[in-house]
Design a protein around this ligand. Sequence first.
Ligand code: FE2
Length: 336
Amino acid sequence: MADGSRPSESYAAALRRASVSALWQRNVYPPRGERPRLWRWAEMEPLLAQAVSEASDMQATERRVLTLVNHDIFGAEDFVTTTTNLSANFQVLMPDETAPAHRHSMNALRFVVEGQGAVTTVDEKACAMAERDMILTPAWCWHEHANSGKQRVIWLDLLDAPLIKQLDVVQFERERKKPPPSLPSDAAFAAGGFVPADTPPSLRHSPLFRYPWKAVRQALAAMAPAADGARLLRYANVATGGPAMNLIDCYLAALAAGRPTRAYRTTSNAVCLVCAGSGASRIGEERLAWTRNDVFTLPHGHWISHEAAEGGAVLFIGTDREILRRLDLLADEHAD
Ligand SMILES: [Fe+2]
């Protein structure tokens, strides 16, 4: 006999055989509470250095990637993710190494952490990779990497892979059947306020693939700070003013020393790379202290405020805001 809330064993067995589940037996709204995570460069750098000898043959070079894993999410070893909807990896490319061309249904970007001399070619546009440059490799754009320089180059990849995997729409191609669409050169977008008139209007990503650090710093310097002293710049699709890529929306935050930023919380998620300086972030109940090249997450639902130490700090922030916005699930709150 059932006790009113628990089905009898025979009934439970019948449900299993029929592939159905009793709703009154499940916690429909389990607490999620994804916690923030921090990966220290001091720990990452030796692991990346060792990865070069651990994965030295040409096949391994392409996948010489260390993924930053938050084991709290989904809990499955084979479903690695850094925060909800976004995964972040460090990738190392040594001089004379290449990673062959391919394309896929995931959006990705590369933010250069260390070194220069590598080139990422995206839909036949060669994008030089120097420290702190951001290179887009949007969904279905062909991309390959080559390091013809003399230095080890390390970059941070940021992808919407967890969402694409969750939706079971991962697709990957190596064989190019026709040439990619022809886009104006990145140089054609260098003057603010102008885009070539023949820029294809239906692109789901910026026609500009390389966002050089020098240009971003100049734009930041020209901005007035907000009341909390911080300056927040968005990496825009230069043709539309929207996010740089279809589903990934990126920002650069310059923080004033010793002044906590206005607290906010949001339904979106972010991965931050410390480009310069050091400081700490209050994320819900936790305080993460960070320094140059550290990576940390800003999971949804927590009140967030950053504070830079002496000299200020600059954070690169990659977010899934556009995913939430498209679903009408983006909600932001700011403290008074
Ligand atoms: Fe790729």
